[in-house]
Design a protein around this ligand. Structure first.
Ligand SMILES: O=C([C@H](O)CO)[C@H](O)[C@H](O)COP(=O)(O)O
Length: 208
């Protein structure tokens, strides 16, 4: 299982600081949607230039114009681009077409999708590389939230998936046991007193 750090920070300066702290311990470096909105797509190029040996994930959360938006991010240097799983099938097809043209990959973000497992199977048929079974930051803040819900939905999907929704040292083993391809960790790394140590601990909990 790969480890992905999600950089939900506002500025490129903060992102470069964080990425340099944790790069040794992660496989994929994600530029969070707020970062891309604030700094623009050039931030993707800057992170790729700083970490050419790492896979770079642009969390575009595209909801329309899939081919155009994915192309913009791939040209900037992204290896993975997200499209909303809730988007129109044609939006997803367009993003996949762009990925094929660039030799890169599309990930479908299942945030807000009610039946995440069923939609994951459907968008996999459309050609996405894998589905991010995801509870967003606002859902995580709701009373009674448990990451187990996304872990269970990923396992039930029967297709390749990542898990995002507050992955931390207490849950990462369950994420791997469920069969995830990638574990996405944002807050548990970013908010740690020592982000490098937190990333290293997460990496150490992954068995292969
Ligand atoms: O995609 C994310 C969210 O929508 C804000 O951009 C996060 O990167 C994702 O949820 C992972 O972060 P944590 O949930 O804090 O681990």
């Amino acid at each position: 299982m790969k480890l992905q750090v999600a950089m939900d920070v506002a500025t490129l300066e903060e992102a470069l600081t964080l990425s340099r702290q944790v790069a040794d311990h992660v496989d994929i470096i994600e530029l969070g949607t707020p970062l891309i909105k604030h700094e623009g797509i050039a931030a993707v190029s800057a992170i790729k230039a700083a970490h050419p040996e790492k896979e770079v994930f642009a969390d575009m959360k595209t909801a329309d114009a899939g081919e155009l938006e994915a192309g913009i991010a791939f040209v900037a240097g992204a290896d993975y681009v997200t499209v909303m799983g809730a988007a129109d099938d044609d939006t997803i097809r367009g993003a996949v077409k762009s990925a094929q043209e660039h030799g890169k990959q599309i990930v479908a973000d299942m945030i807000t999708v009610k039946d995440r497992a069923a939609r994951a199977r459907a968008v996999t048929e459309l050609g996405v590389a894998f589905c991010e079974i995801h509870a967003g930051l606002d859902e995580q803040a709701q009373e009674g939230y448990s990451i187990q819900t996304v872990i269970d939905d990923g396992k039930a999907s029967g297709v390749p998936f990542s898990i995002a929704g507050g992955v931390d040292i207490d849950s990462i083993r369950d994420v791997q046991a469920a069969g995830a391809t990638v574990a996405v960790a944002g807050g548990s790394i970013r908010n740690a007193d020592d982000p490098a140590a937190a990333a290293k601990e997460l990496r150490g909990a992954i068995t292969s």
